[in-house]
Design a protein around this ligand. Structure first.
Ligand code: PEP
Ligand code: MN
Length: 347
């Protein structure tokens, strides 16, 4: 169950509602938003129907809804309208297809500035670039860390692009939030619960990538952690999962996009780069992302992929990115028309 209090309900009203919930044998998880308090009712306590009916009649309560999914705040049952996250000039989850592009790792000033300018010209609205890198081998490049963040901020200044970059531990949340417009949680950290809780307390949008071996339900439960701890600006990312197939780096679960669109109001982003691991396959998957209703994509681009310190094989060249964007344009327009029609029908 989720209880939405009226905007500006008094503290006493909120406390009274919490007391009633406990009397019914449930636990309380409340979130104080800017306008209102939302209370999550959790646990396998007593009589859900009686509790719901009682709360609907309690002063200060605007709406009490039963939510059968284990993830509450992120479920469609809780919120029918799609979440739209405004970042710089982009509206993620709205009626545009938002492209985030840039190198896997920030390597030096020339590399990030050149890439940022090129991807902005080709239509990206958000610059990606890892400053803290989760690498399989401890001997591989681990990222420029703080210096990388500064270079990303410089590239934002020069191009007007917003910046997405990965945060790997709860200890780095404040530092990364100083520079990033979107905090990326990498696949390997999808269930780093200390990090998820810290991001819940941070007021920056978060992009949560699906874990290498995680189910869609687990992805949604991780998103629930962030929202339940106070940050509702979460988007999800399908980046491929591990299967027996070796022809691609990961197996892109393309169906995850429409499945998530059925289950949650959060925006869904596709990562065709990590999903395939091969430059030649990226444009086809990007088209698939548009077709299945992704809200955007995050794609790796490098001015000289053969010299990239990480993920060169899946990075598009600048020219390749430009071509892909031109080719995608028609698909996006078609998709946008459908999206606008869908919005109009829901009004
Ligand atoms: C990345 O975006 O460069 C990255 C490390 O992605 P993932 O966490 O999906 O492997
Ligand atoms: Mn990468």
């Amino acid at each position: 169950m989720i209880i939405s209090m009226r905007p500006h309900a008094t503290k006493q009203e909120v406390e009274h509602v919490c007391e009633r919930i406990r009397e019914f044998g449930f636990r309380v998880h409340s979130i104080e938003g800017e306008e209102r308090v939302v209370i999550g009712v959790v646990g396998v306590g007593g009589d859900v129907t009686a509790c719901l009916e009682s709360l609907e009649a309690t002063p200060g309560v605007e709406r009490a809804v039963r939510i059968s999914a284990p993830y509450k705040f992120v479920s469609k049952e809780f919120r029918k309208e799609r979440t739209v996250i405004k970042v710089g000039r982009a509206e993620i989850g709205g009626d545009e297809f938002v492209t985030m592009a840039g190198p896997c790792s920030v390597e030096n000033e020339k590399q990030i500035m050149e890439t940022a300018e090129a991807v902005a010209k080709a239509g990206a609205k958000i610059l990606r670039g890892g400053a803290f890198k989760p690498r399989t081998s401890p001997y591989d490049f681990q990222g420029m860390e703080g210096d990388g963040l500064k270079l990303l901020a410089k590239a934002r200044e020069a191009t007007g692009l917003a910046v997405i970059t990965e945060v790997m531990t709860d200890r780095d949340v404040d530092l990364v939030a100083e520079y990033a417009d979107i905090m990326q949680v990498g696949a390997r950290n999808m269930q780093n619960f200390a990090l998820l809780k810290a991001l819940g307390r941070c007021q920056r949008p978060v992009m949560l990538k699906r874990g290498l071996s995680s189910t869609i339900k687990e992805l949604l439960m991780s998103a629930e952690y962030i929202v339940a701890h106070g940050n509702s600006q979460v988007m999800l990312c399908e980046r491929g999962i591990r299967t027996f197939e070796t022809a691609t780096r990961n197996t892109c679960d393309i169906a995850a996009v429409p499945v998530l669109n059925e289950l949650t109001h959060l925006p869904v982003i596709l990562d065709p780069s990590h999903a395939t691991g091969k430059r030649s396959l990226v444009p086809a998957l990007a088209r698939a992302g548009v077709a299945v209703g992704a809200d955007g994509m995050i794609v790796e681009v490098h001015p000289c992929p053969e010299k990239a310190v990480s993920d060169g094989a899946q990075s598009l060249t600048i020219e390749g990115f430009r071509e892909m964007m031109q080719q995608l344009d028609g698909y996006i327009r078609l998709w946008k028309r459908e999206r606008v029609a869908e919005f109009a029908a829901a009004l």
